[in-house]
Design a protein around this ligand. Structure first.
Ligand SMILES: NC(=O)c1ccc[n+]([C@@H]2O[C@H](COP(=O)([O-])OP(=O)(O)OC[C@H]3O[C@@H](n4cnc5c(N)ncnc54)[C@H](O)[C@@H]3O)[C@@H](O)[C@H]2O)c1
Length: 325
């Protein structure tokens, strides 16, 4: 690092949901942030409030086509690799880009980290566990993933990302961190990418039926974005630990419960209707966070109710809906 306090930081996917919240925190901490994003699933609005910020610069580039020269030629103290379509709707629409950004761009960023002597953080996912046969999921569980299924461009490229980070650490000494992110929600999630919380909020606020896939007994564990980003920052600055770490909220609930809770918190009279389950949809999702607790002293602090209320308020304003329907 050039200075003991101020870091020169690269954030890929900076205009996305998690990338923009992370960028805000890094700027609050006084760091200098170069963001790079293709805008494929992100939005300029997510970083609109940073226009003209003296320590923030955003480059528009598709990392699936290779690192742009203006990034390759620079050195960084920290590299955060978050760029990737992140919802089934997003990655099934952009299959090759998803493969390349998680596989090829990860290799290029690991090489940039090696050259820069930067520490690099790669955003992996609970999808590495597939439809898990172990519950809750510990980092030591190898997963139950369909390698040729409709989500494999995402699940397998994230598994490759983890393998690549481990190889560059073991063989080349690159200072790597791997996070396995479980379902995270909050303001700035794209409205139309099908992720369950925002899909239900949008339907509830518009008075449309909430669409529950399958019978709704499948479970998810929802982490509010501020908790997740706090976990990221602790992991990045943690001492020498290179294996994957789960960061997510173990507060597991059924999808039907999430729909009913969002409907009630929105004060909505919407009906609940069912749709077919998508292929390879996991039946259960719940992180074991013992490692994050012992290694980082991290656990989530924001209740589902508080997180949902904050998120609903954001979408009420964004969608211009003042009263419940
Ligand atoms: N939010 C979650 O619950 C969750 C769960 C597991 C993993 N993750 C991982 O976290 C990261 C961020 O996810 P998110 O929820 O913020 O999603 P997001 O779609 O809001 O953000 C991803 C950003 O990456 C950008 N991007 C995608 N492909 C790119 C490319 N080829 N070149 C440059 N930019 C590109 C998008 O435009 C977007 O701004 C992703 O890697 C995702 O796989 C997220």
């Amino acid at each position: 690092m050039t200075n003991s306090n101020v870091q020169r930081v690269l954030v890929t996917g900076a205009a996305g949901f998690l990338g923009s919240h992370l960028t805000d925190r890094l700027l609050d901490l006084g760091h200098e942030v170069i963001g790079v994003d293709s805008m494929i699933t992100g939005s300029a609005d997510n970083v609109g409030h940073l226009t003209g910020h003296p320590r923030f610069k955003l480059l528009t580039a598709d990392l699936a086509r290779g690192l742009p020269p203006e990034i390759k030629e620079q050195t960084f103290d920290r590299i955060w690799h978050l760029a990737s379509p992140a919802s089934p709707v997003g990655y099934v629409k952009q299959q090759v880009i998803t493969l390349k950004v998680n596989a090829i761009a990860t290799i290029e960023l690991l090489e940039l980290a090696e050259k820069s002597h930067a520490r690099i953080f790669v955003a992996s996912t609970s999808e590495c566990y597939g439809d898990p046969l172990e519950h809750p999921q510990k980092e030591t569980y190898w997963g139950n993933v369909n390698p040729v299924g409709m989500r494999s461009m995402y699940d397998e490229s994230k598994r490759f990302m983890e393998a690549a980070a481990m190889v560059y650490h073991r063989e080349r000494g690159v200072d790597t961190r791997i996070v396995r992110i479980f379902n995270t929600y909050g303001p700035r999630l794209a409205v139309d990418d099908g992720r369950v919380v925002v899909a239900f909020i949008k339907q509830a606020l518009h008075g449309e039926p909430l669409t529950v896939q399958g019978d709704g007994t499948q479970t998810r564990s929802l982490c509010y974005v501020d908790d997740e980003i706090r976990g990221f920052l602790l992991l990045m600055e943690s001492p020498d630990y290179h294996l994957p770490v789960n960061i997510g909220n173990p507060d597991e609930v059924s999808v039907m419960h999430i729909a009913e809770e969002i409907k009630a918190l929105c004060g909505s009279k919407s009906a609940i209707q069912h749709a077919p389950l998508p292929p390879d949809d996991p039946r259960q999702r719940c992180p074991d966070i013992s490692l994050a607790k012992s290694l980082l002293g991290w656990k989530p602090t924001i209740s589902r109710r508080d997180g949902l209320l904050r998120t609903i308020e954001y979408y009420r304003q964004k969608l211009g809906i003042s009263a419940a329907v």
